[in-house]
Each structure stands twice: as C-alpha cells, then as structure tokens.
Design a protein around this ligand. Structure first.
Ligand code: NAP
Length: 296
C-alpha cells in the first residue's frame, strides 16, 4: 500500500519536498495550503529538470480525508500555530511530522499541535524560491539533515531517488546551531533590505562576527560543539557569496511580509538570558527586526 504524504505549506521548501516525494515514486501526496494557485511547477536550476505537482492545493482542513503516514510541515515558524487545524486532521499515532523549518525549537513548536504523532526535526540546507505563485525554483544545494534513528532512516528512504538528499546525523544539536548561527547573521540582510553583498563591507563583517560569537556562546550552553572559528568562517563564506544572492527572510522583508525573526534571532537573546550569557548585538537587532516585521 503506498504511503500517504501531506505537505503543509506548499511554498518554496514545501514544493521542492513535494516534488522530491513525487520523484521518489510510490507515494500519494496531498498539498495543504491557504490558497490554490493551480498546478505548481518546481524547476531544478542546476539540472533543468521540471516537476509538476498534483493539484489541487487544499485550502481548508475540512477538505482533508483522514490521517496520513507523513506530514512534511514547511510553513514559516511564525505560521506554525495557524496550521493546527490541518495537523489535527492529518495526524494520528502512526503519523510522523517532519518539521522543515529554520530555528532550533522544532519539537517545542510542533509537539503541542500533533497529539500522539512523532515529530522529526529537519535542517534544510538547500535554497529555493517562489518566483511566481505556482512556480518554485530550487536554486542551490539539495541536503536535508535529520537526527539519526529509526524515524530519520524511514524519512531518508521515503525521499530516496528524489531531488533532495536526506542525511542522518548523530550530533543533531550541533548541526541545528550551526545553521542557526548562519540564519541569525542573515538577519542583517532583512534589516538592511539588501542581499549578500552587504557582507563585503568591513563594518558589517565586524558586526556579523560579533553576532555569530554570541550565538555560538549560547549554542555551546545548549550542548552544541561549535568553537568560535565557526563564526569567522561563516562571515568569510557570506562575503564570498554572489552579491545579489538573497535569503527567505530578505524575500519576506522586500515583500513586506511578517519576518521569521523570533525563531532565527529572538531565540538567541531569549536562550542567552536563560543561560546568563550577554547578547548585546542581538539585544539591538532583535527589537529592530520585530519592529520591521510589524510593517508586514
Ligand atoms: N526558502 C529557502 O531557501 C529556505 C532555506 C532553508 C530553510 N528555509 C526555511 O524553511 C521554512 C519554509 O520557508 P519557505 O521559504 O518555503 O517559506 P514560503 O515560501 O513562504 O512557504 C510557506 C508556505 O506556507 C503557506 N502557509 C502559510 N500559512 C499557512 C497555513 N496556516 N496553512 C497552510 N499553509 C500555510 C504559505 O502560503 P502563502 O503562499 O499563502 O503565503 C506558503 O505556501 C522556513 O522556516 C524557512 O526559514 C527556507
């Protein structure tokens, strides 16, 4: 019997994952959104391959027929609570919910919404963009990281053969915080409203290094094994990026949508306070991001 898969949040990441599931074959996929844009096309920029997703996109939990084996949750972190109706209709004790979001609190955010279902946090290491309401482009990378274990292995085999590559890792906490450090520093793109070229400025590099250092201090207090060299390497990598390269939080800023600031930056300040770690840069950046987000 084919496994039943639902993607909640068929935007950039959700659509790429739905395409990957479709390419992997053997599965029935349902897309759950808040509007139906028509059949969504996913283009892989590197290979030129195009995948058309099955429609329609459901627009209400009332349209869902029974629980599924897998839910791939790919809304922005601040949109998670609003998916409660879908999650309740899609989940039972045999469901695994894969949380494809940035941030480090996937389980805390989603477990209260899914009853007895299992929650598998995932780190997305690829870049995708919705270039039109029903057209998504996979720009770069293909990796998704999940914790080692039975659920991670099952997810890897679900996606096997598709356009994404699922990697299971033993020290998931370290990898979560590695990604968060990059996302936290990426908040500077949202604040300035400008792409990666800003990291070529020496003053921004200095700020980004200080931001990374406080994030890494909090990371270590949370059990991640990351030393301070990670921050310098990260800033060098950002400075070497194509100057026009953006990010999902910059795209939201440019479109005047609410920003995912709490999961990506607020968490550094919040957990820093819990551990008694000073986060002077985040203390300034976080309220500015929060206020910027209000314009959305
Ligand atoms: N894009 C990237 O390259 C990238 C890379 C790594 C990680 N991430 C992370 O992946 C996560 C998803 O990001 P994304 O870029 O894919 O976001 P996105 O393109 O904005 O997609 C979010 C999707 O969720 C839908 N949605 C919002 N509220 C919903 C609700 N209540 N019920 C059902 N659907 C709902 C949105 O619908 P509308 O179209 O109506 O808004 C949209 O289709 C974020 O945590 C992000 O930080 C993104």
């Amino acid at each position: 019997m084919p496994e039943r898969v639902a993607v909640v949040g068929p935007g950039a990441i959700g659509s790429v994952c739905a395409a990957a599931v479709q390419q992997a074959g053997r599965y029935k996929t349902v897309l759950c959104g808040r509007r139906d844009p028509g059949r969504i096309t996913v283009a892989n920029e590197r290979t030129g391959e195009k995948t058309v997703l099955p429609g329609p996109v459901l627009t209400s939990p009332a349209d869902v027929h029974g629980p599924v084996d897998w839910v791939l949750l790919a809304v922005k972190a601040h949109q998670t609570a609003a998916t409660a109706g879908y999650l309740s209709a899609l989940c039972d004790e045999d469901t695994t919910v894969v949380v494809l979001q940035n941030g480090v609190e996937h389980r805390e955010r989603v477990m209260p919404l899914v009853g007895q279902a299992a929650v598998l946090p995932a780190i997305v290491w690829f870049g995708a963009e919705s270039v039109a309401s029903n057209h998504v482009v996979l720009r770069a990378g293909s990796r998704i990281m999940v914790p080692s274990g039975e659920a991670g292995d099952r997810f890897a085999s679900l996606m096997h053969g598709g356009m994404t590559l699922v990697e299971t890792v033993d020290d998931f906490t370290t990898e979560l915080w590695r990604k968060l450090t990059s996302n936290a520093v990426g908040g500077l793109m949202a604040l300035t409203g400008r792409p990666a070229g800003i990291y070529r400025r020496e003053d921004i590099q200095e700020l980004a290094r200080a931001m990374a250092a406080e994030c890494l201090a909090v990371a270590r207090a949370e059990g991640a094994r990351l030393d301070d060299t990670v921050g310098g390497e990260l800033v060098d990598a950002l400075a070497a990026m194509a100057p026009g390269l953006g990010s999902s939080i910059l795209a939201d800023r440019v479109a005047c949508r609410p920003l995912e600031w709490e999961a990506r930056n607020g968490v550094v300040r919040r957990l820093g306070r819990r551990h008694g770690i000073a986060t002077p840069v985040s203390d300034v950046v976080v309220p500015l991001l929060a206020a910027t987000s209000e314009s959305g």
